[in-house]
Each structure stands twice: as C-alpha cells, then as structure tokens.
Design a protein around this ligand. Structure first.
Ligand code: DCP
Ligand code: MG
Length: 435
C-alpha cells in the first residue's frame, strides 16, 4: 500500500496551548452588578453577600424612592461601605486593579488593606453569581475551541493547535476572538497566554494582565522565561523557593544552569528532575478535557512541615478531609474508582506514593479513608512531611458504558503486602485511621 503523500498531516502542526485567566474575577463580577464602581478601588472580602443588606439601608436612607434589585446601578457611590476603619479578621479574596495600585491584593488581611487604601469599597462575594459567570465563560470558550481543561473557577487551559486561528500569529488571532466572545457573553475581560505548553502558557497569561494577550514561542525561553523568579513556576511554592534561594538560585535561568544531577541530589529524584525540565521550558502534559478523567485527587501542602507523631491529630484530620474531598469530587462528577492511593512529600522534597486496587468500585469516603490509611502504613512516617495527597484512580462512570459496576462496601482484598516499614509503629502513629 502506498503512503499518502498529499496534504500535510495535522500532526506536523506545532503544539499551541493557551492559559486563560479572568481578570480580578470576583471583583469584576460585582462590577457587573454595580457598574458605577468601575475604575474605583474595590476589595472583595469579609463574608458572603446578603442580598438585601444594601437595599434595606437604601430604603431607610431614601424612603421616597423605589429600590429594587434592578436599580442597583443607581445606588450612589457614596453609599457603599468603605474599608476605612475596618477592624476584624477578614481577608481580601481579590481586589480591582485600581485597588492593586495601592498594594492591596489577594490573601491580604482587610485591616492591612484598610491602611493601604481606606477609600476602597468593600463588598462580599456572591458565590452563586461567580459560579454562573464561570460556567458561562467556559461554555463560550468551548463553542470556539472544544479542547478545554477546567482549572478552577476562573481559569482554563485550551488546546489551540488544531483550532482555526490557533496558529495564526502564534495564537493571537484566536486569543483575540475568545477574549471578544467572552466579553460579549459576560461583560468581563480576561488575559490569555499562548505558548508551546501548559507550563509556559500559565506564566504567559500573567504577562499582560488585565485584558492582555501574550504569545511565547519556543525560541523565547531565554528572553521571556529565564529572567523570571523561580516562584513563577506553577509548582514551585514558597518552601521550594526558599530552598532554591538558599542555593543562590533566584531566576528560572539560574535554575536551568544547574546540572540535573545536582537538582536531583538536593530536591529528590522526581521533584529535582521536574525542576530541571521546567527550567528548560519542557512540559508534555496534554490539555485534559473533563470527559475522561483518569483519576481524581486532592492534595495539600502544609503551612509548616508536619510530623506523624508530634502533629498526629492535625495530620489525621487533614488526611480524613482529603479523603472526604476526593469522595465528594467523585460523587459530584458521578464517578466510582477502584484504585486508592496516597502521595507524600517529605521535607527534603522526596516523594513517595502507595496504592491499592480493590475488587470493586467505590466513592465512599469511609472506604477511601480506610484504604488510604492502609497505604499510609506502608511508607516511612518517621520523617517530616510537607505534602499529603489522596488519589482515586481506575475510574468508571456508571451508566456511560451500559454496565453498572458493583459498588464497593466492605474490604474485599487483604491488606497489601507489607514492606520494610515497621507497621506496629505506624499503627501507633495513626490509630484513628484504622476504623
Ligand atoms: N481567590 C480566593 N482566594 C485567594 C485567591 C483568589 O478566593 N487567595 C478567588 C478570588 C479571585 C478568584 O479566586 O477573584 C481568581 O483568582 P485569581 O488568582 O485568578 O485572581 P483574580 O482573578 O482576582 O485576579 P487576576 O486578574 O490577577 O487573575
Ligand atoms: Mg484571575
């Protein structure tokens, strides 16, 4: 048989991956409701929105006028609560760009924000509206580019490679179309980075915020990526950054100059090798559409490294919560899983995983916790831990393939073979994980 030699195959197209992130998302959602606040410093924080608070006060202040939810855009700017004089323990979830000019930002205590920008307007978050707009902007993108990976309430990855316009000007043409369509559908702006992979796209979406587009080509690594601080890498947190700084590594370029072997020696086999790859801009992860998850997991990096003995209660509680969260994720998306696993990262950044495959499928939090607890007994718990994760894999979605998998109820298999760790000791460390 002859090979086809005509039209060039799509396979020859270079990968173009976009990361899209909404601008000042929670705050922008509030500005849709109160357009009179556009351009002003607004901080979101201090609790959930109670629909009628503002209206009640308005009716008291201006009893001669009709106030309803459709007249919110007539509320005088002076009527909105200000940050000035704020006392309390509230935290800013986000702030408009006008407020950021005063140094106010996400995760800042509201008392500190009040000192920096007392005139800022303080509004609570409306989660229902945030979720509605989140669904709306994502469905708008999917109509234009079908391969979209959901990364949370206000960000997604999009595979531009095979979408019309996705290669033109490095992806700028398609990015512009998406920005325009989202603005038409929601009234909100977003920023987009287009790059050869997710890792760089994620960094690039921040380059021109707000309402910006940044294009990064493979040849731009040295000029655009290497000057950035290591902390800009999605996956380098404050702890890892501190350790890198301790070795005199401040920028991604400096990281790239270290030998892979040196990084592995100091940061562990998997994290060290990963650091090396990312510093050279390499990342092969595909854009994972929601329809076919391979596994679901939850993990958390602790505020401080925890020890299995000294922080037993705290660690046990976190572990249980992770199991409950994974179980909830499974139920919410309608999945059951067969493989339960854990991941630990020690204080020296070395990671270990353990898993067990059950005889039948489950989404039951207690079962997941029990099995994950057994996995935990197979690892070294004498060292301090910086990260803990729980994963459920081998997923099925009952009803999608005509078969209904049996739901797991009781342990069907004996505990996995014991390895060199002393279990009597770990039993002692995590007695509450046995139940
Ligand atoms: N958020 C939160 N707590 C944080 C950070 C963010 O609740 N510590 C919420 C509020 C943000 C939303 O998540 O509006 C999205 O987070 P981003 O980091 O994307 O921040 P913004 O969209 O607000 O701003 P930016 O324009 O920098 O993306
Ligand atoms: Mg955002």
């Amino acid at each position: 048989m002859l090979d086809r030699v005509d039209a060039p195959s799509d396979q020859t197209l270079p990968r173009r991956i976009a990361h899209l992130d909404m601008d000042a998302f929670f705050a922008s959602v509030e500005l849709l409701r109160y357009p009179q606040l556009k351009g002003l410093p607004v901080v979101i924080g201090g609790g959930r929105r109670r629909e009628d608070d503002l209206l009640l006060r308005l009716r008291e202040a201006y009893p001669d006028r009709e106030w309803a939810t459709d007249s919110l855009d007539h509320i005088p700017v002076d009527f909105f609560p200000r940050l000035a004089g704020y006392t309390g323990r509230g935290v800013a979830t986000t702030a408009t760009y006008a407020a950021r000019q005063f140094g106010v930002g996400s995760a800042m205590g509201l008392m500190k924000a009040a000192k920096l920008c007392p005139q800022a307007i303080l509004l609570p978050v409306d989660f229902d509206e945030v979720k509605r707009i989140s669904r709306l902007f994502k469905s708008t993108i999917r109509e234009i580019a079908p391969v979209v990976e959901d990364r949370g309430v206000d960000e997604v990855y999009i595979d531009f490679t095979h979408v019309p316009g996705g290669q033109r000007e490095g992806g700028r043409v398609l990015a512009r179309l998406i920005q325009k369509s989202i603005f038409q559908a929601t009234g909100l702006t977003c920023s987009i980075g287009v790059a050869p992979n997710k890792l760089i796209a994620k960094m690039a979406s921040e380059f021109n915020k707000p309402n910006g587009i940044s294009i990064v080509q493979p040849g731009d690594l040295q000029a655009l990526i290497w000057p950035l601080p290591c902390r800009k890498i999605n996956g380098v947190g404050p702890k890892a950054d501190e350790k890198l700084q301790g070795h005199g590594i401040h920028t991604i370029g400096e990281l790239a100059q270290r030998e892979r072997g040196w990084l592995v020696e100091h940061f562990g086999k998997s994290y060290g090798a990963w650091l090396h790859e990312v510093s050279w801009g390499r990342d092969e992860r595909v854009v994972q559409t929601e329809s076919e998850p391979v596994s679901m997991s939850r993990e958390t990096t602790f505020e401080r490294d925890l020890h299995a003995v000294r922080d037993r209660a705290e660690l046990g509680a976190i572990f249980t919560r992770l199991c409950q969260q994974v179980a909830a994720d499974l139920s919410n998306k309608g999945y059951l899983g067969k493989t339960i696993g854990i991941k630990l990262r020690y204080d020296n950044f070395q990671s270990v995983t353990r898993d067990v495959t059950l005889d039948s499928f489950t989404a039951d939090p207690a079962t997941i916790r029990r099995q994950a607890g057994l996995c935990l007994k197979r690892v070294d718990l004498s060292r301090r831990i910086r990260l803990l994760g729980v994963r459920v894999g081998k997923l099925v979605k009952p009803g999608t393939d005509g078969s209904v998998p049996q739901v797991y109820s009781e342990p069907a298999s004996p505990p996995p073979p014991r390895d060199k760790i002393r279990h009597d000791r770990n039993d002692l460390l995590f007695p509450e994980l046995d139940g």
